[in-house]
Design a protein around this ligand. Sequence first.
Ligand code: ASP
Length: 356
Amino acid sequence: MLRQTLSRHFLLLATCLCLAAAAQAQKLPNVMILATGGTIAGTGASSTTTVGYTAATVGVQQLIGAVPELAEVANVKGEQVFQIASESMTNEHWLTLGKRVNALLAQNDVDGIVITHGTDTMEETAYFLDLVVKSRKPVVLVGAMRPSTALSADGPINLFNAVLVAGSRDAVGKGVLVALNDQIHAARDVTKSNTSTPDSFRTPELGLLGYIQGGKPFFYRASTRRHTADTEFDIANVNTLPQVDIVYGYASMNTVALDAFVAAGAKGIIHAGVGDGSLAARVKPALIAARKKGTIIVRASRVGQGILARNGEANDDELDFIAADTLNPQKARILLMLALTRTTNTAEIQRMFYTY
Ligand code: ASP
């Protein structure tokens, strides 16, 4: 009799605990982790190998398994989208990823997305998604500067923090975010600033958006440029992006690369000029000729900070060129590709550069 009563109590207690756990899981946000490779999924020969390791070897389930604390802050699911080093990221990868993100965010059972990514082109993928994701739900890119096998690997804490941000209501409507080193940045303005240190991601001058501390994101500012659900770009039916290439400015610059890109069919050229996007005397005629043939020319700067002044170092009105505003050359390339999916009108494209 006593044994029967005890086992009934035990059963009741177990049921209660299960229900409590289920209720807790229901309260937690549902965060999808899309893995694409990079150093966060990299492995080195030893625990002190922090350079010269192999990127993109660890799978998404292993990444999640390495951070059991994730289960306390979100219901996480993983999906391996690619397994590559981010220097090999292409327009085609971006289109696939963007469509997958849009499909997942349209589901009621997905509250936010974390994308694990190599750091080399993370800022580019983030800005591309910032322009094509059709949702206000959080999308957070995360990576690591040290491989998963290193002493003090930064991947696990970065992943934990990124999931916190992706599951946070405070991150809704902030656009695509990049979270590393306890900091949150806006996709449009963040850049990789150091080849190897964990504090590599910076938003020079304009500033980061916030921090992650004590298991909680804190936001202090937001980007003022249009993004995600408010953009005019839609990749649902886009299968290829127009060819846009970057020519780099330097003393003694010549036209070899520019001529080759135009001959190869470039629809747009980003001129990553010195200073405020100045045009070298020996290059300017080739840019003018390219524009006359129909190629769109965007003047950007290799400096990395500041506004590229329209009609400053060149008469853009007369030459029918576009000024990149504060976008760095690699991000100007992304905006121009997307702009070219809608129009070749240079006034319209310039408007987009002042809008996004
Ligand atoms: N080369 C690596 C990549 O971008 C670097 C990193 O992830 O930190 O995939």
